[in-house]
Design a protein around this ligand. Sequence first.
Ligand SMILES: [Zn+2]
Length: 134
Amino acid sequence: MHNDHRIVEELVKTGKWSRDHATVAVRAEFKCEYCGLDLLKDAQHYKLWQLDHIVPKKLMVQDGMDPDEHNNLAIACKPCNFDFKWRFDPRTTAGANADRLALINAAKEEIRERKQACDSELSRLREIAGRVDG
Ligand SMILES: [Zn+2]
């Protein structure tokens, strides 16, 4: 915990991170909280870095809640956040009173299903393109 605090302070000193963002990043160990991708691995991974609102911002505001509250923030890679999770509200499957972990798990499940659908589409594209796997 003490070490986490030091890391947050060092990140803030770089001038590129707000204290909130740095705190969320350290909690996530700099990995996508949905697929586990290490976002510090290299420049390619780093460029996928996004800060996700677990319950979409607009819906939190509608419900009179603070969307930027730490428990509603997660570190995510762009494919998980933008391409697959998109506007999914994890409360629809986890329940209105679900805690952070339950909401993340609900989002993970939705992302997994949407990735599977994308994989099927990709298989078809590979067939058309004449690519043979393996
Ligand atoms: Zn991800």
